[in-house]
Design a protein around this ligand. Sequence first.
Ligand code: SF4
Length: 193
Amino acid sequence: MEIRINSYIPTTNVEGVGTRFAIWVQGCPIRCNGCANSRMWDFNGGTSYKVEDFIRIIKSYADKIEGITWLGGEPLAQIKPVTEISKAAQELGLSVIVFTGYDYSDLKDSSDFKELVKYTDILIDGRYEQDKTDYSRAWVGSSNQNYYFLTDRYNKSVIYENKNKIEVRISPDNEVILTGMGDFKEIVNAIGK
Ligand code: SF4
């Protein structure tokens, strides 16, 4: 089995609880207005990895991270490899956070989704809605999005204990890469000044 990924950051502190291995999957059919990641919509973009190879990469960082976070793109558009990798991550003692643009209520009866839920600690649902933009809650960008705590590992206190943050990285070819959640335009303007 393979998974198509846009990019990953092995250790980040802005994509969920603690230090995490964040994975941006490639391909999203939802296409929200104002999406900051529209370069991740194309299902033919990104890089394809064998699931076992990708698990090996995560494993090599297991002692440095609290867990993995799935972002996108739309992780549920590749639900089988996402489930396989999440299962392996939990077997390594890591936690799993999944962001999806779909609504939990529309997913809950799907057998594939029920399988993923077994290996997910926190699910955050809902598409980005530009007219509901709200950066006041941890890790989310619009007020319609919801947190589901699916295991005992975390509870809703993490929403209040964590603030939205943005990390700035410079790629080897001098590209500025912003990750996390917040008003990216404000940062881009500040960098440009
Ligand atoms: S679901 Fe996420 S990646 Fe897909 S269009 Fe919406 S904000 Fe962008």
